[in-house]
Ligand binder design. Structure first.
Ligand code: AMP
Ligand code: GLY
Length: 429
């Protein structure tokens, strides 16, 4: 079968690496892909939201399966687009419907869904310009810190944890009145702050059955010791020591099972990944957010640890046999460290020469894999093309061994301004 994967980050390089190992995968295409994805397939110069161009590519390349990496095409309805078109209906689409993708596309929708399904999540209220003054009063009476979230997609930037009432009210005004995130902040969710350790759990579901395909702890802040600005993710580790049987049983019973059952009850068609962003609050799991896709850089540790054939799982999801699948994991640890451009997550330059890259970036059974996140070719060279540039993933018998191996690999890679966190996995040492 020929497969088309949408996206261009480290997540897609890791997915391409994994899918290309499947005997079900004949030709792999990636749109638009990056320098790394080319190692496993053909990049097509098509944007992830250009549904018409994607359709033409599917027909021309006889695509049998579409796998969607990033959230935007999901929220824009790529699943529904394929279902509505007779020339595309035969294609297995790994994605939720637009209605179900609202779990990620609207924070207010996901909070209401969790309340209806009795899933543990922080107490909240939602506001628009129409009840702006009531929102300010709500904030004035709230405990601190208080969390403000733009309702819609804001490229990971729409969440503010305010330490004072004044800061929270200013943020609230920036989002609603000054439209800081445009349409995405025309509604704002204000929620209780949950104190704990975050962990992300990844599930593949057909809307009835599901399989847990991995979990990871992401490090979102730019600075060591979890300080400074939020980023898309600076590194990840898996497995996480507190994800033992007792905790996983709670996650399954209180969160995953009622979420999937809720999708079915509410007729929300789903054929794809659910990313559960959880907080471990004193041994109890709470949902911080849902995403309708795999995480980045979580995928760069989840895929190396998943031994089961991913394309077979997608096929099982499509033909209703997902519950029969055997999921096997590597028994090692995996850590990824993200090398980012100087200045990120603020302004940064692109087009900077990357030196010391292994020519073959990711090989099965190798100890370290270099996944490309934001890279581009420039003549014979590879140059930076984003804030997050490379995700270096390594296996280890212990978490610290995995982290150290990635650091060693990073020591021979260089680009001007390159920065990475030295302390990924620090709280588990
Ligand atoms: P999100 O965009 O929903 O992933 O939120 C970004 C980050 O904000 C999360 O990864 C958490 O670190 C933090 N966060 C979001 N909601 C809460 C909450 N209710 N309590 C504590 N931290 C939160
Ligand atoms: N690393 C967090 C995300 O993919 O949303």
């Amino acid at each position: 079968m020929n497969i088309l994967l949408l996206g261009s980050g480290g997540r897609e390089h890791a997915l391409a690496w994994k899918m290309s190992q499947s005997h079900h995968c004949d030709k792999l295409f990636i749109a638009p892909g990056n320098t790394g994805t080319k190692q496993f397939g053909s990049n097509l110069p098509i944007g992830v939201n250009d549904f018409e161009a994607i359709k033409l590519a599917c027909i021309a390349e006889k695509i049998g399966m579409l796998v969607v990496g990033p959230e935007e095409p999901l929220v824009k309805g790529i699943y529904d687009f394929f279902q509505a078109d007779r020339s595309l209906q035969h294609i297995t689409v790994v994605a939720p419907s637009a209605a179900a993708a609202q779990l990620e596309g609207s924070k207010a929708f996901s909070k209401k869904f969790m309340q209806r399904q009795g899933i543990p999540t922080a107490a909240y209220a939602e506001f628009t310009l129409e009840n702006f003054e009531a929102g300010k009063t709500y904030i004035a009476n709230h405990t601190l810190p208080v969390v403000l979230k733009a309702d819609g997609l804001a490229a990971g930037k729409g969440v503010v944890i305010a330490q004072t009432i004044t800061e929270a009210q200013q943020c609230f005004e920036d989002m609603l009145v000054h439209q800081q995130f445009g349409q995405a902040s025309s509604k704002v969710v204000i929620e209780e702050f949950l104190q704990g350790i975050e962990v992300s759990v990844f599930v593949l579901t057909d809307g009835i059955d599901y399989q847990i395909i991995g979990h990871a702890k992401d490090y979102k802040r730019i600075g060591e010791g979890d300080t400074g600005l939020n980023t898309g993710g600076m590194g990840c580790v898996s497995p996480v020591p507190f994800m033992d049987e007792i905790f996983m049983e709670k996650v399954t019973r209180k969160i995953i099972a009622p979420t999937v059952a809720g999708l079915a009850k509410e007729n929300l068609t789903y054929h794809g990944f659910i990313f559960f962003g959880l907080m471990n609050v004193a041994g109890e799991p709470w949902v911080i957010e849902y995403n309708c896709r795999m995480g980045d850089p979580e995928t760069e540790v989840v895929m190396p640890l998943l031994q089961t054939d991913l394309v077979s799982l997608f096929a099982a999801m499509d033909n209703g046999t997902l519950s029969d699948a055997n999921i096997n994991f590597d028994d090692r640890f995996c850590a990824t460290i993200m090398a980012v451009s100087g200045g990120y997550p603020g302004d940064y330059q692109k087009g900077i020469l990357i030196e010391g890259l292994p020519t073959i970036a990711a090989v099965k059974d190798q100890e370290t894999m270099v996944f490309h996140a934001g890279t581009q070719e420039s003549g014979e060279h590879i140059v930076t093309n984003g804030g997050r540039v490379l995700a270096v993933s390594s296996y280890g018998k212990t978490m610290s061994e995995a982290v150290e191996t990635s650091k060693k690999a990073l020591a021979s890679i260089h680009f001007n301004g390159m920065y990475f966190r030295q302390d990924i996995g620090f709280e588990f040492e």
